[in-house]
Design a binder for this molecule. Structure first.
Ligand code: CUA
Length: 361
């Protein structure tokens, strides 16, 4: 079904850094082989050459050799530094998420992966992404530690309870690729996985357009903020504003009452909702109640997306490039499974029925 990479038994190379990881891996194998074989050969050679020929003979003493010591210092130095440089290059590449990435939210739970696109589409155990676009996954979990692993992209990252982790990739060829959980997380760990569908941008746009009227994370967050959780009663502007100002907050430095300065990133906003007294902004009273236990991880993700949207400078790039931004109408879509899509062929989006385009474009 899938064509292999240039190495037999290896998964396909389907992301921009797949070949880098493979080259580093083969370099490590090469180094291992290049040391192992001469050492084993030398062992046998010396067995024979220096075997005991006469009883109680004393060998000649050797008092150092600058040449020899220089060689056996420089060679390992060069080898270990090339491994370090190669590894550091790949590490920086994979951990520093490009600013123009398209963001997808991921919530893991025993035993499934839940995805939500910036335009609102939700998926379970399937992830549709366009080819040649940088994709950023912002990830957390409802229960225990999991780990997103996409072998064809040569990338993986832990998904940790109580915080956000990120992972990014740029897929290089359309196709269907395995998605695994790579951290033992209980009974059905081995079954916690699915597929990543990499599609041409036009197919991806069709697929997105077929989503109907899902709430985007920003819209869901706004609804929670304005109505369900009542955040607006303190945080909305005007005379009754008692909570910190959120407009233009995201990505800026915030000064706390204890003098500390922190960056208002995803993690900070999440912590402010769950543990508000831990980071009180200078000039405000610690009157905000905690929302721990009252909001799900998916709702938190939506709230973070909403607060992020209040600072247009920090907003991430739109999800689609070739079509108008799919802004969808507000319908009640708190159910996860109801809006979940399935598609078995990346080139034939399954939800082509009645592409309900945006209601207010
Ligand atoms: Cu989730 Cu293993």
């Amino acid at each position: 079904m899938q064509s292999n990479s240039w190495v037999p038994l290896f998964p396909e190379q389907a992301s921009t850094f797949a070949w880098q990881v493979d080259y580093l891996y083969f370099y490590l194998i090469l180094v291992s082989v290049a040391f192992s074989i001469p050492i084993v050969v030398a062992i046998f050679f010396f067995f024979v050459k220096y075997r005991e020929k006469e009883k109680f003979s004393t060998p000649d003493e050797i008092h150092g050799s600058i040449m020899l010591e220089t060689v056996w210092s420089i060679i390992p130095f060069v080898v270990s530094m090339t491994i370090f440089i190669g590894g550091a290059y790949i590490f920086y590449n994979q951990t520093r998420v490009p600013a123009d990435s398209m963001e997808i939210y991921v919530v893991g739970k025993q035993w499934m992966w839940k995805f939500q696109h910036g335009t609102g589409q939700r998926e379970i155990n399937e992830l549709h992404v366009p080819v040649g676009r940088k994709v950023k996954l912002t990830m957390t979990t409802e229960d225990v530690l999991h780990d997103v692993y996409i072998p064809a992209f040569r990338t993986k990252a832990d998904v940790v309870p109580g915080r956000y982790t990120t992972l990014w990739f740029e897929a290089t060829k359309p196709g269907k690729y395995h998605l695994y959980c790579a951290e033992y997380c209980g009974l059905n760990h081995s079954g916690m996985g699915g597929w990543v569908y990499v599609m041409e941008q036009s197919d991806f746009d069709d697929w997105l357009a077929g989503g109907g009227s899902n709430q985007t994370p920003v819209e869901a967050g706004r609804e929670l903020f304005m109505n369900k959780l009542g955040c607006a009663s303190c945080h909305a502007g005007g005379a009754s504003q008692r909570g910190a100002k959120l407009e233009g907050l995201y990505g800026t430095d915030v000064k706390l009452t204890n003098g500390q300065v922190v960056k208002a990133d995803d993690e900070y906003i999440r912590n402010s909702i769950l543990n508000p007294s831990g980071q009180v902004v200078e000039g405000y009273q610690p009157i905000m109640p905690t929302f721990k236990g009252q909001v799900t991880e998916e709702q938190l993700v939506s709230l973070v997306a909403y607060v992020k949207s209040l600072n247009p400078d920090a907003a991430t790039s739109p999800t689609t490039t070739t079509t108008a931004p799919v802004t969808t109408s507000n319908t009640n879509s708190s159910s996860t499974s109801a809006n979940t899509k399935t598609a078995s062929n990346p080139n034939a989006p399954s939800n082509k029925t009645e592409p309900t385009k945006s209601s207010n474009k």
